[in-house]
Design a protein around this ligand. Sequence first.
Ligand SMILES: O=C[C@H](O)COP(=O)(O)O
Length: 250
Amino acid sequence: MLLLISPDSVEEALDCAKAAEHLDIVDVKKPDEGSLGANFPWVIKAIRDAVPADKPVSATVGDVPYKPGTVAQAALGAAVSGATYIKVGLYGCTTPEQAVDVMRGVVRAVKDYRPDAFVVASGYADAHRIGCVNPLALPDIARRSGSDGAMLDTAIKDGTRLFDHTPPDVCAEFVRLAHEAGLLAALAGSVKAGDLGELARMSTDIVGVRGAVCEGGDRSAGRIQPQLVAAFRAEMDRHVREHAAVVATS
Ligand SMILES: O=C[C@H](O)COP(=O)(O)O
């Protein structure tokens, strides 16, 4: 299970760099522009320069509207700025067809520039609150568009969490569908250390967090703390080991 951490500034990325051995992907976003808010190209570039070269940088393209051309161009901007994971929040897509349209443009724009980039189609566990595509439609949207991964996050950061909207059995089905389609499955949404057992048991590939590794658990006012990243990682590895042991003996 890979750990993706989302700093919101170059300063926070430097804190992530201090904990680099405990994380796998540094994810650039701008939380004040939304759950998957896009940051400026120069911030992505500066964060790419600030974190160790062996750590991939991911960038969110935004909680995007159904505007395939606009989104494709933005995604290319993230790739040119140094991100190798490109995450698109399909906020304004109300049907799977619209979402596939958007993601096909993103895949083409990004992979023409950088074939080894990793494109992630991201939906929302609380889709019912904002009227976008159903969480379980994401793996098929990702597969049909040629994306590499499917992700769920929460759109509204009001203290409710991934499992409040998409219970563990639904998340497990999401992961199963993603794997069946040959995709990586990423889950986020105010995930806490107490959720890691469930996430490991359902074989989640990437867990994304911010609040859980910020001072006071506060994703807005708190800043990422390297020691919290280390502790979260230790807990994650413990659950992965426990799950592997259970699988080995069953
Ligand atoms: O991609 C991961 C998100 O930044 C998760 O943030 P959160 O843990 O504060 O919901």
